[in-house]
Design a binder for this molecule. Structure first.
Ligand code: ZN
Length: 291
């Protein structure tokens, strides 16, 4: 080791010639952590902007000065040669390459990284616990940014977050999570059923006055009378309101139809309200045929 001739051997380091660039962590999995990626971005953009290159060194280790295998390193720019060197934090300190601000940065970086590592380990454990409880779906939902059922989704996110931090979960919470997952996954079905239930037929318009109705034909029935043909058409609008028209309209079951008719009666059949139109009638349009 004593026969080194490279320009970064400890004996020839001149601290004034070095600018601190960033910190880094040399463990293989460190690219998975945000705080490392942030620092590497600083190095990358410096290389991009200045054309600086890492000095080639052939004495092994991660510290370009002493050759030790330091996990946490700092990167400095050697201004006279426009070369980047990587050193362990000990060497950086011993050779007076860094100041208090940088030492603080080392500390916060180390804390952040260990928090991120812990969080990652907690996530792996949490996911395994949930999967073994048949709650893989709870994990998926917790990773999802948002959900239409935001109330139940928020609670799932909160429970999973606590599980990641604490590393365990009670039987009761497991049971609760199953309910929340169902509530999220069946949300649209339940919503649709509620909407459907709201569609209770109401009376329309005022008896004796004209009212415009638009809806879908449910059925028609025709019969012969002593004056010719009579019949009724039953329709329902989007809110579930039923209309009974005493005539055969120019439509078939499922057609959209609009008309203005005189309300003859606010009736009720089998407990369901229906508005009966008879007599005066105008502006019939079969919207399905018009389209
Ligand atoms: Zn070193």
């Amino acid at each position: 080791m004593n026969n080194r001739t490279d320009i970064f051997r400890p004996s020839v380091i001149k601290p004034d010639e070095f600018d601190f660039v960033a910190v880094d962590n040399c463990r293989e999995d460190s690219f998975e952590f945000l705080c490392v990626l942030e620092q590497r971005e600083i190095i990358r953009s410096l290389i991009h902007n200045t054309g600086a290159r890492f000095s080639s060194h052939n004495h092994g280790g991660t510290c370009h000065i002493c050759g030790s295998h330091a996990q946490n390193t700092a990167v400095f720019l050697h201004r006279p040669t426009n070369k980047l060197i990587r050193t362990g934090w000990d060497c950086a300190d011993k050779l007076h390459l860094c100041e208090d601000g940088e030492r603080n940065l080392f500390r916060t970086f180390r804390d952040k990284l260990s928090a991120e590592r812990e969080n990652k380990a907690g996530k792996i454990k949490a996911q395994a616990i949930l999967e073994s409880a048949g709650l893989a779906r709870a994990w998926e939902l917790s990773e999802q940014k948002q959900h239409d059922n935001f109330k139940d989704h928020d609670i799932i996110v909160d429970i999973v977050r606590k599980l990641i931090r604490r590393g365990d979960i009670s039987e009761k919470q497991i049971e609760f999570l199953h309910k929340l997952v169902n509530a999220c996954d069946n949300f649209h079905i339940v919503q649709a059923e509620r909407e459907e239930a709201k569609k209770v037929s109401k009376h329309l318009g005022t008896v004796g006055e004209f009212h415009q109705f638009e809806g879908t034909c449910l059925f028609q029935q025709e019969w012969e009378t002593q004056w010719g043909w009579g019949g009724i058409t039953v329709l329902v609008d989007d809110l579930g309101n039923k209309a009974v028209v005493f005539r055969i309209l120019e439509c078939q079951k499922g057609d959209r139809f609009r008309f203005e008719g005189k309300v003859k009666e606010h009736g009720n059949r089998d407990g369901e309200n229906q508005t009966i139109f008879a007599g005066r009638f105008r502006k019939p349009v079969n919207l399905s045929k018009a389209a």
